[in-house]
Design a protein around this ligand. Structure first.
Ligand code: NAP
Ligand code: GLV
Length: 308
């Protein structure tokens, strides 16, 4: 029974330490050429070989090193194998920080003040108090809910959107295609924390932007495939969007001449919203294999039919 991991060397060493201490009954391997493929029950990587199902016929759990699994969800798995996304405190904590940073940047008009600094202009721009700035979150999973928790103390009116009904204290929750418009209409700042699936691809488009209040902010932390980047630029240029913080693009990185790099109302970061932390990721993975060995579902189990 072997756990095969392919990741950065320092991450691998942390995992090795945790497996040796807390899961010694599972062999730990890093070199695919040095293991008997039939022994590999657990595999962790960011992307997987096309012939996964035939190469590792006895796989039971396939772990993504990240929270997103769009890069692997369509890979053919052996019949018994199940896909698990990364749910661990390091990712959650970084995403909370990024969301608060981005909300504050748009709420306090950082793009406007940066432009003024560059032109040597000392002038107050308009203020909006937090209780008058409505924030909507698309995706009320592990990360969307953590972001709402982090924003709650500031007093922003909060709403959110998911596939299934939710009841979150202090958050106006809507769900399903028929619930989306209500969240958009109530989002002076909209945050995308959806998984990329057949249903959500391209969701951040001109039609959606038109349903936001005029001048709304957009914070995109999902996946590049959610957004129509030309529509973002058009909505910015005609004032329907007032500012954008974007962490994920398609492709990554954008070509050097892409206008998103230089638009004065855009803050662009290179997909750094979160990265899994080796220590807490290793603890979460060991705990998940323990759950699996005890006949329980691992945390972060993916439903291939839903695509997330
Ligand atoms: P999660 O726990 O699986 O939550 C996904 C949420 O999206 C759920 O609330 C789900 O609704 C909702 N959803 C999915 N499809 C929907 C649809 N068609 N309509 C309405 N709601 C839908 O995922 P997570 O751990 O929070 O991660 C979310 C995403 O964040 C990841 O997939 C990844 O794309 C992104 N991410 C980005 C970074 C970064 O560095 N920028 C880092 C980590 C993750 P239900 O609750 O009803 O199932
Ligand atoms: C990063 O984007 C992740 O999915 O963990």
């Amino acid at each position: 029974m072997t756990f095969l991991i392919q990741s950065l060397p320092e991450r691998v060493e942390t995992f090795r330490r945790h497996f040796a201490a807390d899961l010694p009954e599972v062999a730990f391997a890093t070199d695919p050429d040095a293991v008997d493929p039939a022994d590999v029950r657990y595999l962790m990587a960011w992307t997987f070989p096309e012939d996964l199902a035939t190469r590792y016929p006895n796989l039971e759990l396939v772990f993504s090193t990240g929270a997103g699994i769009d890069q692997v969800v369509k890979a053919p798995l052996p019949p018994k194998a199940r896909l698990v996304r990364m749910v661990e405190a390091g990712i959650t904590s970084l995403i909370r920080e990024y969301a608060v940073m981005a909300v504050m940047a748009l709420h306090r008009d950082l793009p406007g003040y940066i432009a003024q600094q560059r032109s040597g202009t000392w002038q107050a721009l308009s203020f909006t108090y937090a209780d008058e700035r409505r924030i909507g979150v698309l995706g009320l999973g592990e990360l969307g809910q953590a972001v709402l928790d982090a924003l709650r103390p500031f007093g922003f009116p909060l709403s959110g959107w998911s596939r299934s009904p939710k009841d979150i204290p202090g958050v106006a929750c809507h769900h399903g295609p028929e619930g989306l418009d209500a969240v958009l209409a109530a989002s002076d700042i909209l945050i995308c924390l959806l998984p990329l699936t057949d249903e959500t691809r391209g969701i951040l488009n001109a039609a959606l932007f038109a349903k936001l209040p005029r001048g709304a902010g957009l914070i995109h932390m999902g996946r590049g495939g959610h957004s129509d980047q030309e529509a973002i630029l058009a909505a910015l240029d005609e004032g329907q969007l007032g500012g954008v913080v974007i962490d994920v693009t398609e492709p990554e990185p954008l070509p050097a001449d892409h206008p998103l790099w230089r638009h004065p109302r855009v803050i662009l970061t290179p997909h750094v919203g979160a990265r899994s932390r080796a220590e807490s990721g290793a603890v979460a993975t060991v705990a998940n294999i323990r759950r699996h060995l005890a006949g329980e579902d691992p945390q972060g189990l993916v439903d291939p039919a839903r695509g997330y």
